[in-house]
Design a protein around this ligand. Structure first.
Ligand code: BES
Ligand code: ZN
Length: 819
């Protein structure tokens, strides 16, 4: 397709879409055939002409079939759509009365008939007509070529697939700035938000400028248009979307100020702004040939946004958080019914494949390539990649070939990471030969495939000094490595920085693990060793070991400078993570065991926790430096434990709640107050509400804190849904209340919890199946629960699959779960 010219006439009770598409036959895709099928869903066709003449066509509910086409022609279509009734939040829809669009993966076919596939690129021109009073801002991709009240025309010179198309019309306030690129090009930067939010946009703008600068300095990549726009909307299925020159964001990832956003929120805003910006090269200029290649853009762009955050904040803490999320959620996905390779092989509904595997495991795979090649080699590969493929729609193989060719590095064995689902397990056994001063390491893969991976390691002496460090290249089922001139038995530190996304089983003793917590210079290994110990002590209590570990923890709290790291180490593995580590999930048992460990920590460390808490609890001007973030993080971890103490609860939390100068402290105190029965709880809820009821983002937290409280019952959740600020069709609010409840293990997992939840899924099946499919995935692990809960979940899945009119989205998840 050469060009696509679209005209939108936005009216109250309908929108008319006219398209004029200049087609030419591409021998690569349409060989021998003179027919064409254009995708179209929920469209009302008004007229269709080719080269100005009426032609025959066949309409179905999936699109329109055209036949007997010439090698080159102009197709003109007029169709009608109803954004005012669109609750799916795909295609063109409304949020707070403004129009916006979401086209990835298959939303464009809900706008007009088109070749809705990522490898068909076209130059777009977009005309928008709407009532000037209510929709003063009219936006689309590219540069503004003309505008008058009630009308605008945009032209995007860069050919693009239709999934990157965007349209916005509404009444917004705008924050404007500009950026001068490395080569001196001026780019206008604009962030559009609903008017009452304009005061919360500065951080997003600063993040955007940091994104431009970082991509120039680290990847030597510059922006290519004269304007970069971001629009924030309250109703959005995902986090944000990288539409060319016109990103559309879930407002949660734009709006931030210290009073309403936590430290994590700030860093997330910056990361998501970065992510969508980085897609301009990795995704937009070089895009996917088909949706199976999704990780080509998403895995790579997640890797880039992780590096962005690492370069700007604490690299070690960022790594620990990412690894924790990967192991808690992606490993679970990899072990469940929806397991799939980083490059999936089939799908019923593409939206179901925007997964942790494609994104986070995909990013780990890129990280391993980076480890093998080093930063310089990786950048050489990226340069060749853009030299070869700028402007193309390509495959993951093309990406790996660029990396390979630029470095003369053979990645053929590495491709297992893209084609095999599941998490490999690696076993390490060691032996020290004192006489010959040799240390033997045997590495064995516990799976049928020989994965090719970098295993970062160090050998430490008994003072914690590094004797040797490096990377073992693992590529066979079993390999032995010999280290000579090792004068005394070393303590090995394995998988430093989590150099590969694997389960690692080693023969480290409990004492050696404790040693690593105290002495390793690799923050990930310190944290991971502590996690392994927490895990074993929670699941199989052992007083002697506990004492040893607590002694090590005490020393660490007193001596470690990095407060964030101390906080991470003091944080127990989540219930969700523990669920993965048992054969049968008994939600009550796990909850109780974890609570018991929390009480033991409090019992042993009460005074140290209090002392630490008070030493960190001083009023300061809000800053987002790693030090300040670390102080708040550790302080609030102390508060978490201290609030379990009948003596200091609710006073400590109450004082913090009333005096907090930032949302990080406010929400930590609020959560502590809501999680327990105490005299101040009711008042805290009503004070919090009165202070923040105008703020959509804070109200999402307000709901989530209550729905996840271990004291919240199904009746409480139903009451939250009666709240005047609850809105079923706003995904963020639904995630806070319903998504929150599904993570509330001890209250969700019973018959009435399930029945209530399934009713909601069936409602979402009609209104927003994409969100329904994401939520219903909570049943994926039904087979691993205790017999009664297992049976009850299965009944719910059967009830869903038997219901009429099941969407592809929900059907695909539920049938996989039942298999
Ligand atoms: N391209 C996606 C947005 C998207 C996802 C559109 C699924 C349609 C279906 C975007 O670049 C993205 O990946 N967004 C993430 C956030 C990001 C920081 C990982 C999201 O929305 O969760
Ligand atoms: Zn993305």
């Amino acid at each position: 397709m050469h060009t696509t010219e679209l005209s939108f006439d936005l009216r109250d009770d309908e929108t008319l879409v006219s398209s004029k598409i200049h087609f030419y036959k591409n021998p690569k895709y349409q060989a021998g055939d003179n027919s064409l099928f254009l995708d179209g869903i929920d469209l009302e066709l008004i007229s269709l002409v080719i080269d100005g003449e009426r032609v025959d066509y066949e309409l179905s509910d999936k699109g329109v079939q055209l036949r007997h086409l010439k090698g080159e022609f102009v197709l003109e279509i007029v169709n009608r759509i109803h954004p005012e009734n669109n609750t799916s939040l795909n295609g063109l829809y409304q949020s707070s009365g403004n129009y916006c669009s979401q086209c990835e993966a298959h939303g464009f076919r809900q706008i007009t008939y088109y070749l809705d596939r990522p490898d068909v690129l076209s130059v777009f021109t977009t005309h928008i007509k709407a009532e000037a009073g209510r929709y003063p801002v009219l936006l689309s991709n590219g540069n503004l070529s003309s505008a008058s009240p009630g009308q605008a025309t945009w032209h995007d010179p860069t050919p693009k697939p239709c999934y990157l198309f965007a349209l916005v019309a509404g009444d917004f306030a705008v924050l404007e700035d500009h950026y001068t690129t490395l080569s001196g090009r001026e780019v206008a930067l604009k962030i559009y938000v609903e008017k009452h939010n304009i005061g919360k946009t500065q951080f997003a703008m600063d993040s955007l400028k940091r994104s431009f600068a970082w991509d120039e300095s680290r990847f030597n990549l510059e922006y290519d248009l004269d304007i970069y726009m971001i629009v924030a909307v309250d109703d959005f299925n995902m986090g944000a979307m990288e539409n060319k020159g016109l990103n559309i964001f879930n407002s949660t990832f734009v709006l931030a100020d210290p009073k309403t956003a936590t430290d994590k929120d700030f860093i997330n805003v910056e990361a998501v702004i970065g992510h969508e910006y980085f897609h301009n090269w990795t995704g937009n200029r070089v895009t996917c040939q088909d949706w199976f290649q999704l990780s080509l853009k998403e895995g790579l762009t997640v890797f880039r946004d992780q590096e962005f955050t690492s370069d700007l904040h604490s690299r070690s803490i960022k790594r620990i958080e990412d690894v924790n999320a990967l192991r808690t959620f992606q490993f679970a996905e990899d072990a469940g019914p929806m397991r799939h390779p980083v490059r999936p092989e089939s799908y019923i509904e593409m939206n179901n494949f925007y997964t942790l595997t494609v994104y986070e495991k995909g990013a780990e795979v890129i990280r391993m390539i980076h480890s093998f090649l080093g930063e310089v080699g990786f950048q050489k590969g990226m340069k060749l990649y853009f030299d070869r493929h700028d402007g193309d729609a390509i495959t993951i193989d093309d990406f790996v070939s660029s990396m390979s060719d630029a470095n003369e590095f053979d990645f053929s064995k590495f491709m297992t990471w893209y084609s095999q689902p599941g998490t490999p397990t690696i076993n390490i056994k060691t032996d020290y030969d004192e006489k010959n001063e040799c240390f033997y390491v045997e590495v064995e893969q516990d799976n049928e495939f020989d994965y090719f991976l970098p295993l970062n390691y160090a050998l430490l002496d008994d003072q914690g000094s590094t004797l040797k460090e490096g990377v073992l290249t693992i590529q066979q089922q079993k390999q032995t490595f010999v280290f000579d001139q090792i004068k005394s038995m070393p303590i090995p530190s394995w998988l430093r920085g989590f150099s590969a996304p694997i389960h690692l089983l080693s023969d480290l003793t409990f004492e050696q693990q404790i040693f690593l917590v105290g002495h390793d210079s690799d923050a990930y290994v310190v944290w991971d060793s502590a996690q392994q110990i927490w895990l074993s002590l929670i699941l199989t209590p052992n007083t002697a070991r506990e004492l040893l570990f607590f002694n090590a923890i005490e020393k660490l709290v007193q001596t470690r400078q990095d407060k964030s790291l101390v906080s991470e180490i003091l944080t127990l593995p989540s219930e969700r993570f523990l669920h993965q580590k048992v054969v049968v999930i008994d939600v009550f048992d796990i909850h109780q065991k974890r609570e018991e460990m929390a009480s033991k920590v409090l019992g042993r460390f009460k005074s140290l926790l209090l002392e630490t808490y008070h030493s960190l609890n001083h009023a300061k001007v809000y800053q987002l430096t790693p030090e300040a973030v670390g102080e708040r993080s550790l302080k609030n971890t102390c508060l978490y434990y201290l609030s379990k103490d009948k003596g200091s609860n609710p006073d400590l939390a109450r004082t913090q709640f009333e005096q907090a100068n930032c949302m990080t402290d406010q929400i930590a105190a609020f959560s502590a107050l809501v999680a327990s029965d105490n005299s101040y709880k009711k008042q805290a809820i009503s004070n919090f509400y009165q202070t923040f009821e105008q703020d959509v983002q804070v109200m999402d937290k307000f709901f989530a804190v209550q729905s996840t409280s271990p004291l919240a019952t199904v009746a409480d959740i139903k009451q939250l849904m009666e709240h005047e600020l609850f809105s079923f069709n706003t995904p963020n609010r639904l995630r806070s209340v319903i998504g929150g409840f599904t993570q509330n293990y001890i209250n969700f997992h019973n018959q009435s919890g399930y029945e209530f939840f399934t009713d909601i899924i069936l409602k979402l099946n009609q209104s927003n199946p994409q969100i329904g499919a994401r939520l219903v995935s909570v049943y994926n692990h039904w087979g691993r629960f205790t017999p009664v809960l297992k049976q009850l979940q299965k009944q719910q899945l059967e009830r869903i699959i038997q219901s009429d009119d099941l969407s592809n989205d929900i059907f695909e998840i539920v049938q996989a779960a039942l298999k």
